[in-house]
Design a protein around this ligand. Structure first.
Ligand code: ATP
Length: 459
């Protein structure tokens, strides 16, 4: 226990106590505030003044708080105390203070507020955490890809201030890097300012998934977490996908609602309801190489994954022979299953949440080496609408009309000329494609080491 008393310019007395995993702040005559060390960004003694910065939740969101005052006692006491606190808040948590971050801000993402959100809410957190920032406002589609492609390997993180689309671009830039595997070892952290922020939801959870200050904390204090990503191969062209591939209703609601971007993620609900009116079958032939796991096994394994530490291995930081893995399953057919029942949609991906209102892949874990392949069979409108209530909790997982498998690879052949295909929320031609998983190829920053999403209880 280390204690320090300070007096603020408004003559308030604060007692600050460093305990094992928290900083206790006691304002004279007020309730004790317990700030987790993870939330502490800075403790400094300069010009006879102590300054402590931390993030704190008030009402429903996090804010940056700066506490400043003259310390009581000898100057050495104050400087020793601030050093101790900084050490506990970084070294003590295994985190480097003063990360060097490559920040990409998309001025047009989501509701178009990314620049002001970054300068007013996120950058002050980064500065308090002593980060060295290289910030670029993206000026065109493909800009983030170009930057990631030529990225210097000495960054501690890539920060995407946008939605999932910019992360998709960054990953594809890293794939084209001169040393792609080393480039993929640089962790990415999203600051959710897009209209679809599925990645931030999965990393930060439903409660704080859209909280940009909490996302900023993840960028400065999160630990690298390995994740599987996919190769999406179409017409001989290989694209890296990190989140999802959707066809049928689920693609229509993403691609068909771009004009409703101003609504934020409400546009997906509107698109969903609009797609239910025709209730048409998605004309494709699907085949996959799946693991023999039933839903109960998937549920158990997802639960177990929450207790398994996931950290960036040194083999990933220093890979031998640095090139993208070759495709293992592109021409393979043996041991594959063809799914031939009529389907409302096909949705495949990684990360439980695809939006706030929809947990599409509750059984997903960051690094099990599989893509979750979900087929909603053409049951009835009533059944699908009935499932909407539990969609945010992943309730559809347990329904018989939801065919759910864990696959290493899958292929799709369209059986009609027209249709929609969405890859990580971007539109792709309605033509044959192949997808396969690359285990633990990319890296994210995470405060928990797993996806923050509860598993839906079995009804
Ligand atoms: N200055 C710019 N002008 C126009 N487009 C841009 C600019 N900078 C980036 N982009 C593009 O904007 C897209 C933004 O997608 P992103 O997902 O990050 O935001 P979004 O508004 O949430 O969209 P989505 O609904 O697809 O998630 C990316 O494809 C990116 O290439």
């Amino acid at each position: 226990m280390a204690e320090l008393i300070i007096h603020t310019p408004s003559k308030k007395k604060f007692t600050l106590t460093l305990v094992q995993d928290a900083l206790h702040i006691q304002r004279e005559g007020s309730k004790l505030k317990k700030i987790q060390l993870r939330q502490v960004l800075e403790a400094e003694y300069k010009s006879k003044t102590v300054q402590v910065s931390f993030i704190h939740k008030s009402r429903s969101s996090f804010h940056l708080v700066r506490l400043e005052g003259k310390p009581q006692g000898e100057p050495e006491i104050a400087s020793n105390w601030t050093e101790k606190v900084t050490k506990a808040a970084y070294e003590g948590l295994g985190v480097k203070r003063g990360r060097r971050l490559r920040v990409l801000v998309n001025p047009h993402g989501g509701t178009g507020k990314a620049i002001s959100v970054f300068t007013q809410k996120v950058e002050p957190v980064f500065r308090a955490a002593g980060c060295i920032l290289d910030v670029t406002h993206t000026t065109h589609n493909g800009h983030a890809l170009e930057i990631a492609k030529g990225l210097s390997l000495d960054y501690d993180g890539i920060i995407s201030v946008s939605g999932d689309g910019l992360v998709h671009e960054i990953m594809n830039g890293l794939a084209q890097h001169a040393t792609p595997l080393k480039a993929f070892a640089i962790p990415i952290a999203p600051i959710p300012t897009g209209s679809g922020n599925g990645l931030a939801l999965n990393l930060l959870g439903l409660e704080y998934g859209f909280d940009v200050v909490y996302a900023a904390l993840n960028a400065v204090k999160g630990s690298p977490m390995d994740i599987d990503v996919f190769s999406f191969v179409q017409g001989g062209k290989r694209t890296i996908s990190f989140m999802s591939q959707a066809m049928g209703l689920m693609a229509d609601l993403d691609i068909g609602t771009e004009n409703l971007r101003w609504m934020g993620d409400t546009r997906f609900v509107v698109g969903f309801l609009r797609g239910l009116i025709p209730f048409k079958s998605c004309p494709i032939e699907l085949s996959y190489k799946a693991a023999p796991k039933d839903k109960d096994t998937m549920a158990r394994e997802r639960q177990e994954s929450l207790n398994r530490p996931n950290a960036l291995s040194s083999a990933r930081k220093h890979p031998e022979g640095d090139s993208l893995p070759s495709l293992r399953f592109e021409t393979e057919t043996e041991g594959w299953t063809t799914f031939d029942k009529p389907m409302l949609f096909l949705y495949c991906g990684k990360g439980p949440y695809v939006a706030r209102d929809y947990m599409a892949f509750p059984a997903s874990t960051p690094d099990d080496g599989f893509i979750d392949v979900v087929v909603q069979t053409l049951s009835s409108r009533g059944e699908v609408i009935g499932g909407l209530n539990s969609a945010p909790q992943g309730g559809s997982f347990w329904k018989d009309s939801c065919h759910y498998v864990k696959a290493s690879a899958f292929r799709v052949k369209p059986l009609a000329a027209k249709g929609t295909l969405s890859v990580d929320g971007e539109s792709f031609p309605f033509e044959p494609f192949h997808v396969e998983v690359h285990p633990r190829m990319a890296t994210l920053l995470s405060l928990s080491g797993h996806y923050v999403a509860p598993f839906p209880p079995k009804p």
